[in-house]
Design a protein around this ligand. Sequence first.
Ligand SMILES: *Cc1c(COP(=O)(O)O)cnc(C)c1O
Length: 411
Amino acid sequence: MTLTRADLAARDAADPLAGFRERFVVPDGVIYLDGNSLGALPKATAARVADVVEHEWGQDLIRSWTKNGWIELPRRIGDKIGRLIGAAPGQVVVADSTSINVFKLLAAALRLRPQRRVILSDNANFPTDLYMAQGLIALLDRGHELRRVAPDDVAAVIGPDVAVVMLTHVDYRSGRFHDMAAVTEAAHRAGALMLWDLAHSAGALPLALDACRADLAVGCGYKYLNGGPGAPAFLYVAARHQAQARQPLCGWLGHAAPFAFDLDYRPAAGIDSWLCGTPVVLGMAALEVGVDLLLEADMAAIRAKSMALTEGFLEAVEAWCPGVFELASPRDPAQRGSQVCLRHPDGYAIVQALIERGVIPDFRAPDILRFGMAPLYLRHAEMWDAAQILAEVMRSEAWREERFQRRAAVT
Ligand SMILES: *Cc1c(COP(=O)(O)O)cnc(C)c1O
């Protein structure tokens, strides 16, 4: 290990993002390495949510839909997220969960490519995306197929039978990411549409959906966007598809005139037609605070710090735990998202021992310890401290204690 803790502390002193730490609640004695599963709480969120509850709901009641702009929330926050992911206004909307948005967009993609029967994905994709595809295929009952290949093989196997390529940009387990521009181009060359899941990308690294000519995308509100547990998700539909693309969940708020109460569905123009039911106002109020914070930061600075954080942690782990773990992430920081994943057969127990010591990563079956580095609220020196605690847990074999072996419902 050539770096010292003093070097890392010096990086913190020079960190252009250092001021953001103060804007989050970070409990004393905790090094939080799970912002990719549930982002930390921005300090402004509690007051904002209290205001929405006490004034907008309590006092203004139903008038808030107009007076306090509740009805605008899905588009307003959608446009803000658009700025984080390289999407011009009018193409992103906040709605539902990521899983439901995958369903809506996949259904739309299959309708746009009626002669083609294949949804192509990779075998590293997050299961819910695959499950939603399987459910949609069963519902349609028209001979569609979900084809899964190795991540590296995707671009080469997009054939004339593929309607849509559905990939998670940053692999939730390894942190490895697909080349968005290259894979999108390969999909288009084969006449297929491209659907990106940005769950582990949005807010963590610069994205350029419009420039890559992505067709469709979804993403999470509660990970790097810091929108809070169960925050609503977002979806992106490129402007050039909006006139033709149709989603299957035609709820009243996606109607051209919801308050005309027509008995027949007529889709709204543009991105509004991708809404279904009433927006989750409290969840959106919290999400907007998280998104506004990210918009204050420079995404290039976030990416630079993210690479330095993951690299600092990994160098320390390699120095102090040689041969103990197998690296599940790319060794080159330029090829991984904002996380470092280590394999160990006793990964679950090791993660529990770390959590007891205030270092909070998470565990992903069967054997992955996942350390997510959210650049807005982590310090470089914490990478040193977390790696020290990990080394101590491994040296002492503290993880062997009986209580660390029992699996909780959520890992
Ligand atoms: C976290 C995550 C989801 C979560 O979907 P929900 O519907 O919010 O539960 C979906 N896809 C990926 C790739 C994820 O990492």
